[in-house]
Unconditional design. Sequence first.
Length: 186
Amino acid sequence: MTKLRIEGYVIVSADGMLADAANVMPGVLKFPGDAEFFSSALDGADLIVHGRNSYEDQPNSPKRRRLVVTRKVAALAPDPDKPHSTLWNPAGASFDQACEAAGVTTGTVAIIGGPVVFDMFMDRYDTFFLSFAPHVTIPGGAPCFPAVGPGRSPQQVLTAHGLTPANQLMLDPAHDVSVTAFQRAA
């Protein structure tokens, strides 16, 4: 069994969206303070987990060890395009097996999306860092978690899974963009 700390990271609009209808993060959801926070967190992570549409596209990205969740492999396979990446099909291999295949059995795992990938770890997060852009809406966009919808915010979904808002940090005062650490009780 792996001994890993599981952390989630996402920025969402006021309506709980992380991407537009084409599953692309729109420019209106990109803020330098959040990007710096995110990049710094990923630099400190031992493993990054994401789906095929999520990728942080930063200078250190190619150096980061990662699991890419996909149905294109039966269980586990090296990523032919990215030498530090392992392709992982959760239907064919456990998370522990995937971490071992990626060469990471201790440390911090950063889950960076998309919605289905976030949902896979909902009851395992130690901390989920929810960045919030309260003046941005993305009509018809993709929600950050499958359970987000009319009447159900990302904050409510995290709380329903046993995570409690703890620390909040202002990332972009001009746009009121902040990040809240939702933590699981020890």
